[in-house]
Design a protein. Structure first.
Length: 217
């Protein structure tokens, strides 16, 4: 079994939501704010919103939810909701497509674009406070044992929130599998675990099953 040249250091994190300066009261202002908001805000309202909507009926990102609930514009809401965050490897690409969809709507429906929403959309982001955990892993078996001990907050930190730090290209687990253990195939399969249809628990279970198969080989 491979031994990593650098151990995986498990951490947990707490998140404090911060409201930014950008606020949209109509679709035209949403377009403007999408260009001004921080990368962390774009990430918060798309990737991080997945966790908030796993058990709710509706769309999986905050922009689509607001356009529907705050403005009653289902056609635009559906277009925004159809953006699959798994297709993106950078926040600028994701931001550009969000702006393109909203800009096209503004061009087609200028009067509607200036109609006031029932409530404003406030751009926000999470401030992350990271806390190291008192265990690490040098092998795949050690990693699997550590993975089972993680809280939801810890798993979320390494598997979802880390994508912003790593520019959406991967997550902490896949990054370690490829770069410390030399297992790029496992890294790729881990990164393909569906963050839309899985809860944190089912994503962890899928990863543990994957690790068990690797360890038995």
């Amino acid at each position: 079994m491979n031994t990593a040249h650098q151990p995986f250091r498990f951490s947990t994190a707490a998140y404090l939501t911060q409201v930014e300066n950008q606020k949209a009261t109509n679709i035209a202002e949403l377009l403007e704010c999408l260009g001004q908001a921080s990368d962390a805000a774009i990430f918060y309202h798309t990737f991080q919103s997945l966790g908030r909507y796993h058990f709710l009926e509706g769309f999986s990102n905050d922009f689509a939810q607001w356009v529907l609930a705050g403005l009653n514009r289902p056609a635009l809401a559906e277009r925004l909701a159809n953006i699959d965050v798994r297709d993106y490897v950078s926040i600028p690409e994701l931001r550009a497509d969000l702006r393109r969809i909203v800009a096209e709507y503004c061009e087609r429906s200028p009067q509607v674009s200036n109609q006031r929403a029932f409530e404003a959309f406030h751009f926000s982001h999470d401030e992350e406070i990271t806390i190291p955990l008192p265990w690490d892993a040098h092998t795949l078996a050690g990693f699997r044992a550590g993975l089972e001990r993680l809280s939801h907050a810890s798993f979320y930190h390494h598997f979802i929130a880390s994508r912003l730090r790593l520019q959406l290209k991967t997550n902490d687990f896949s990054h370690w599998f490829e770069n410390a253990l030399g297992m790029p195939d496992l890294a790729a399969r881990t990164n393909r675990i569906d963050i839309y249809t899985n809860t944190l628990d089912s994503a962890r279970s899928e990863l543990i099953s994957m690790l068990d198969r690797e360890i038995r080989q």
